[in-house]
Design a protein around this ligand. Structure first.
Ligand code: SF4
Ligand code: SF4
Length: 317
């Protein structure tokens, strides 16, 4: 099976893009940038980001004899949206958990490679210490914007990434040399100033990290910027001109359930464990557990009450 064959199978499996890079250590500039980000503590509560630096810098350590890195991308931009006044979930969490959706397809790609060539593969979807976006750029799939997202030229950034590392030697693609417009709209749109540093996110201030990864109570300042986001944040993507032509995905598993579109703040605050388990059984939202979702909802409530009392004070002056 050659590179063209791999891409044909990837397309048949429902991936929107596929590129191939040769396995190597990552370049020293990218490694240094990551090390500086860690050194500055910008990984915040994502302690796991500091683990296994040797593997993160060299994917060959993930699979003995690895020769190629196959990167796939799948559109998750929704066709239908939550009402604007509803407690907002990040778009990526609308459908079935992307770990399941992408991994199952990558396993099929790996099986196809093994059947035809006998070569081994390892599927990684946010599940291994691997620089997915770096490899997506190396494999020609897209470039990394100032918002730290992988942007596919002409298609935008609302894409899941998956990586299949394989022992099969494949013809690599050219790295993507496009770059973002550097309009800084993402920095300006970020509600919490997490992107002030440019192409690195300060996770200590990022609402996506805080509402999903942070355990325990949220810092008090979050109530002032959380708006109605109860799970994640898409602001630095929604405002990006590269997403102007994003189109709704057609993957059946990624379509939102009615219960999710009808979520209300009261509904979350009064949700039982049984309801949570039913609604989010196969959703990425289960990562925060019921306690985390309700903690975020309380912050949203607090933020709403702050705004209401400020508005009332203004009216009485
Ligand atoms: S909003 Fe502008 S600066 Fe930010 S990633 Fe998009 S193009 Fe780049
Ligand atoms: S996800 Fe939200 S909070 Fe995080 S960097 Fe982007 S805009 Fe800022």
């Amino acid at each position: 099976m050659n590179s063209e064959g791999i891409k044909r199978v990837a397309r048949d499996l429902g991936f929107d893009a596929c590129g191939i890079a040769r396995v190597s250590s990552i370049d020293s500039e990218a490694a240094q940038r990551y090390a500086t980000w860690l050194h500055d503590g910008k990984n915040g509560c994502m302690q796991w980001a500091a683990n296994h630096q040797d593997i993160r810098n060299n994917p060959e350590l993930l699979l003995e004899g690895a020769r190629s890195v196959i990167v796939v991308a799948m559109n998750y931009y929704p066709q239908v949206f939550q009402p604007q006044e509803a407690p907002q979930l990040a778009y990526y969490a609308y459908g079935r958990d992307y770990h399941e959706v992408i991994k199952q397809r990558l396993w099929k790609l790996g099986e196809a490679i093994e059947q035809e060539t006998g070569c081994k593969s390892r599927a990684c979807v946010d599940s291994a210490p691997l620089r997915e976006r770096y490899w997506a750029q190396q494999a020609g799939v897209g470039f990394i914007g100032l918002n730290n997202q992988l942007i596919i030229p002409g298609r935008g950034s609302f894409f899941f990434l998956g990586v299949l590392i394989t022992t099969l030697e494949l013809e690599p693609d050219e790295p993507c040399l496009d770059h973002c417009l550097e309009c800084h709209a993402c920095e300006q749109a970020c509600p919490s100033g997490a992107l002030r540093c440019g192409q690195t996110v300060d996770a200590r201030r990022c609402l996506s990290c805080l509402t999903i990864e942070h355990r325990g109570e949220l810092p008090e300042w979050v109530a002032g910027v959380i708006g109605n986001r109860v799970y994640g944040c898409d602001e630095c993507q929604k405002c990006c001109p590269h997403n102007r032509h994003a189109t709704g995905n057609v993957t059946p598993e990624l379509q939102p359930r009615r219960e999710l579109l009808e979520l209300t703040l009261d509904g979350i605050l009064q949700m039982t464990q049984e309801q949570f388990s039913r609604i989010f059984a196969h959703s990425a939202v289960k990562r925060v557990k019921l306690a985390g979702l309700q903690r975020n909802a309380r912050q949203v409530l607090q933020s709403t009450s702050c705004q209401t009392s400020t508005a009332q004070n203004r009216e009485t002056k």
